[in-house]
Design a protein. Sequence first.
Length: 680
Amino acid sequence: MKKQIFSVILSTFLITSTATIAQQPDPWKIQATNIDPANYYGITVANGMVGIVSSPEPFKVKDVVLAGAYDLYGRGRVSNFLRSFNLLNSYLEVDGRRVDKGNVSNMKQELDMRHASFTASFNMGDKAAISYTYYSLRHLPFTVLMDVTVTATKDITITGASVMEAPDALKDVQNYYNEIDRPHTTISLLTSSAKSPTGKLLMCASNSFMFSEAHGSEPRVIHEMWDNNMHLVKFSRKIKAGETYRYSIVGSSITSAHHDDPLNEAERMTIYAKLQGRDRLIEFHNKAWDELWKSDIIIEGDAQSQQDVHSMLYHLYSFVREGTALSPSPMGLSGLGYNGHVFWDTELWMYPSILVLHPEIAKSLVEYRYQRLEAAKRNAFNRGYKGAMFPWESAETGVEETPVWALSGPFEHHITACVGIAAWNYYCVTQDKQWLKEKGWPLLSATADFWASRVERNGPGKYDIKNVVAADEWAENVDNNAFTNAAAKANLQFATEAAKVLGIAPDADWINVANNIPILKFPDGITKEHAAYNGEGIKQADVNLLAYPLKEITDPKLIRKDLEYYEQRVPNEGTPAMTQGVFALLYSRLGDGEKAYHWFKDAYVPNLNPPLRVIAETKGGTNPYFSTGAGGIIQAMLMGFGGLDITPKGIVQVKSKLPAAWKSLTLTGVGTEKKTFVIK
């Protein structure tokens, strides 16, 4: 029945997308020509620090999200991501008439994934062809750029404006305008600052026009103050028929969470970017993305899957950044979803792919946990446990940030094992003993101490872990959950291994506990999800994670038995995308390429939203972009179809099977040695 329903969904999707698919999808560019504001889900351009979410309206963006900026407001009395100043909010007038959705035609939008840029183009009546492209500059973490081009088809006068408006939740808004004269240019700075809702953060943004020297002298810039929350700068220019005129807006946004003097720093960064010039900014941005894409996944023989896999990888790359101690939320920088909090979604779903393709970026994600280790130790102490207990939802400080009504906060303890396992995997891939000693060992030993104190010792083979929320979150307050128990075992074993690598005597109790944590079975040998489990529907993969990534179950017959049992228990809607990603991964390793391909497609095709194929959390869901799901599916590509495996001796390749539709799969830039793997 499930297959039938899926094939209906898939064929419906293919019929509605015939126009796109008929002309072989571009591997790097997602294009949309049917822009319906009533059925529009924005796509994100981000650099790991600033996320810009697209809008169906000309010269508008839906959201600007800044990583690491949280304050207490809104949902659940806990920290939330904040809407930042909309640096790219602007407008254009042609002969005194504002360009808007009502007077443009031939609107087209395009995401260029190779160089992380978003372009919108359209016609303004019979007067001009207009396009704009914006970038969240990869080489400048807090800086964005919008490039506007107007080609006149008649003699026209344009007025371009950059508008700085404070989001509703901010308070004590201050607006500034400053002109700095230099011999060849005037730097006009449109700047605003505001306090976050509780006053905890000072949030600042500044931007400036950039005019092309090719067009002669710079136009005069006029500043207008509209009200306390909004001001703007604008200029006017006559353009002759057949002439193309270009201008840009460059700006920076930063808060006191990132810098001690955010107001001056926002202006300094904007001046720095402006004096680099547009061409150099785009050149350096493109080079940074070229470097990222040296680690790529190339599918031969399936153009749509190639485009979709590039989109998933593009989003993972966009939401993380080297040299920070930040970690991505389930929705990355695509909006305010899940409050911007960090869950197991990072360690189990997004991090492994990033670790395999860009270990230098993955280091930031583990650093996020290391810097919050003391908070995790206090959390364990408050619950009467030893070691470190990481929060289910984490934000700036590392204290528990789950709203009180959600039982996952006090009870979903497997997150602690996920953090320990992630630390061990970083060592496995990099073989960096110095890092293991300084950062990895404190994480591994503290999380192992937690599990040794968390088990209830009820006799040999019965070191029970009672009263948890399972990885399958529909199972609340259950005993001996399969994933929690197996993850705890892995955490204890890896801490013991790490001690041996470092020449430290491991706590003998860790292995004693690991050897006595039960993994429950039904009489026929199928792994039982928890002590009271009796075949109910499951929200997401739990038992099947024991085969991968935990390697608790290694016998192919048992892996298949568990798969065939639990794949029948995932309903057709309301479940997150990464579950099917694990099914695809395991079937590929079991040598069943076609079943793997079915689950690969089922993981995301029914979750796609128009017009730019953004992935929602669930089938038919409307909360994109779900980077957790993307992480699970990219793991299916790398560790499933690609057969990559993280071991204590580094990355190796195990047997796997491609679907018949794919001629080959090439993985480039893998691990610290940037190896290439080809699967035929």
